[in-house]
Write a protein that binds this ligand. Structure first.
Ligand SMILES: *[C@@H]1O[C@H](CO)[C@@H](O)[C@H](O)[C@H]1NC(C)=O
Ligand SMILES: *[C@@H]1O[C@H](CO)[C@@H](O)[C@H](O)[C@H]1NC(C)=O
Ligand SMILES: [Fe+2]
Length: 223
């Protein structure tokens, strides 16, 4: 009886439970946007949002899942060479997935408070660091415009110094020194279709749709 049951389970493609759990545990999925593709018009076009979310972010999700699946295989095979060779793909695609998941929440349509200025503790912290909100925006935009090639600009919070800071990270260097509160994608795919090569115009427009409520929540959790 038992051997028949086992054989039929095997022939139906059944895999041991442990393997299924491992696979389930590590898969990531593309999160839904918290608003429509056209909701950030005219500041970020429908076309950009659609491609950025459904193609670029999806590619990070797929790349991460594929690398993670190969990694499981290399653990089972005890192949250390392969484990090491997968680290870049895991870091790049996993980083892209995390960054973009944060980015979508950092934005909001005007009708949902996008662009409404920060208040309370967050505003005080920004003012004590940079003098005024406008001065912060100028500094942030200058830093973001200065990122060579692809990268991200961040407003981060240092738990050590208990201060806010602007940071930029090129390519794949992770932001390790600060808790990310606000991340702005300055890869060309984030603006080129609408703003061509004029990154500063994109950076000027994006403040109209920043979700400062979300940033403030991250700030209070980080403290
Ligand atoms: C280990 O993985 C590497 C890279 O994928 C591969 O070239 C190599 O053949 C594997 N080694 C063994 C013993 O399977
Ligand atoms: C993700 O963010 C890090 C900074 O934390 C950045 O250096 C990296 O380029 C980003 N990864 C991708 C794939 O966008
Ligand atoms: Fe992006």
């Amino acid at each position: 009886m038992l051997s028949i049951a086992t054989r039929s389970l095997k022939s139906s493609g059944f895999k041991p439970a442990v393997r299924c759990l491992a696979a389930v545990r590590t898969k990531v999925t593309l999160p839904d946007l918290p608003y429509g593709y056209d909701a950030l018009e005219p500041y970020i076009s429908t076309e950009i949002m659609k491609l950025h979310h459904s193609k670029h972010h999806q590619a990070y999700v797929n790349g991460y899942n594929q690398a993670e699946e190969k990694l499981q295989g290399s653990f089972q095979a005890g192949n250390l060479t392969e484990q090491i060779s997968l680290q870049n793909a895991i870091k790049f695609n996993g980083g892209g997935h995390i960054n973009h998941s944060l980015f979508w929440k950092n934005l909001a349509p005007k009708s949902a408070g996008g662009g409404d200025l920060p208040q309370g503790d967050l505003l005080s912290a920004i003012e004590s660091e940079w003098g005024s909100f406008d001065a912060f925006v100028s500094k942030f935009n200058a830093a973001a415009a200065g990122v060579q090639g692809s990268g991200w600009a961040w407003l981060g919070y240092s738990k050590e110094s208990k201060r806010l800071a602007i940071a930029t990270t090129p390519n794949q260097d992770p932001l390790l020194s600060h808790v990310p509160l606000l991340g702005v994608d300055v890869w060309e795919h984030a603006y080129y279709l609408q703003y061509k090569n004029v990154r500063p115009d994109y950076l000027k427009a994006i403040w109209e749709v920043i979700n400062w409520k979300e940033v403030a929540e991250r700030f209070s959790k980080a403290q």
